[in-house]
Design a protein around this ligand. Sequence first.
Ligand code: DPN
Ligand code: ZN
Length: 502
Amino acid sequence: MRSAALSLGLISGISAFRIPLSQALEQLPLADARKELVSSSGLQDQIHASNLLDRAKVLYGLAEQAIDEYNHPTRVIGSKGHLATLDYIYSTIVGLGDYYDVTNQSFPAVSGNVYESRLVLGHEVPVSARPMGLTPATKNKQPVYGQLILVSNQGCDVADYPSDLAGAIALIKRGTCPFGTKSELAGKAGALAAVVYNNEPGEMSGTLGTPSPNHVATFGLSDTDAAPFVHKLKHGKKVDSIAYIDATVDTIHTTNIIAQTKGGNPENCVMLGGHSDSVTEGPGINDDGSGTLTLLEIATQLTKYSINNCVRFAWWAAEEEGLLGSDYYVSVLSEEENLKIRLFMDYDMLASPNFAYQVYNATNAVNPVGSEELRDLYTEFYVSHGLNFSYIPFDGRSDYDGFIRNGIPGGGIATGAEGVKTEEEQMMYGGVAGDWYDPCYHQLCDNLGNLNATAWEINSKLVAHTVATYALSFEGFPARTGTNSNAMELEKRKYHGPKLLM
Ligand code: DPN
Ligand code: ZN
């Protein structure tokens, strides 16, 4: 009734003269009142793996539209595959009639492409050398030649950069500050290029983050590949080196799609999102076709019901470039609008082939209050279905980060990316210990064969459960307290997006 009265006020304010009352009433979202009130079991019953898989086939076809330009299917921002994905989401929601208000939110996104790269240290070509995300090219996109010079400490301070770095290549240890800061300080010191080596075992690829005019071409390197050169330099030996990166960093415009129910209390919104884009390398059917399509299917099924609280769906763009879409969305919310979002639920990678049921360990101690109540709703769901679950770090790798940095409780679930399944997890979930959860993570093979239908259906029912629960009531869920975050804790995070930042 409340929303009907509100809308009637609106209609009489604008056009009561021209529309007869009976007709005006027809146009109100009163249809809601004639629908059954949503229930968790009702909404869950509408979810079927077959519908999800049918949508996945459509999505793969859209990714193929990029083949002309990329020689393979992809839904990376700026590609025809991504534009077609946006059209598909938008037209599906609009096709549902008047249940949702849909918004396209355009924003600028930096996107980097590395075409070729090579690093030679002394007489060696270290196999682990990887150009960083958003790295600029070397000068004139040509190889640069110089001495390799060791930077002191962890290269987070101007004083760590020796004067003989001008015209040389900087070798910097990972740690303490972001890769972008190191690249910038190396550039300011006159270095031609920079190499950041890992301070823990293994390969290291990361991103420089927001571009700076002082960034220089920057590689990541494993600890073991770096060790002999660090040793040589510390003993005063010279290492002639060559660095070459052909890359571009461009700003393009891309689009978030937001769909909010017309019904339900608009002061109390339950918000959920997935990302509409993939990486350049592949079609992203699990990452994050799975989350994208789960949201689309639930948005479709929800129209059968009336709701008490507003539900707001988001399909973020440029997640793979560093959470650019979700960051932008939160950054332009007024305080008043921010406070209407009671919580944000992130659904990124719900159907990994070698899956685990992963729940972000979002505690109230570090995150906005309410995050932990959401976490517990997820774990109760798995437990009540006799399923196992595993906590995973809530460390900033997906689109929830902008929300929790601005005081909005957040959480989510996933089924695993490049992590390795343990023996114990094989007992808990089946699958193959020793393999990645998603063996095709960020690769061309993230295609229709890269979905586990059982995990996808269960997780989509979980998403339905969370939507129905909060669309019915926020009773017992903590009220919003403000838009501030626990900044000190969040600064320590190594991620803001899929790639390492420091
Ligand atoms: N879904 C991954 C991506 O968009 O690349 C990011 C991610 C990986 C998030 C692992 C959580 C855990
Ligand atoms: Zn993802």
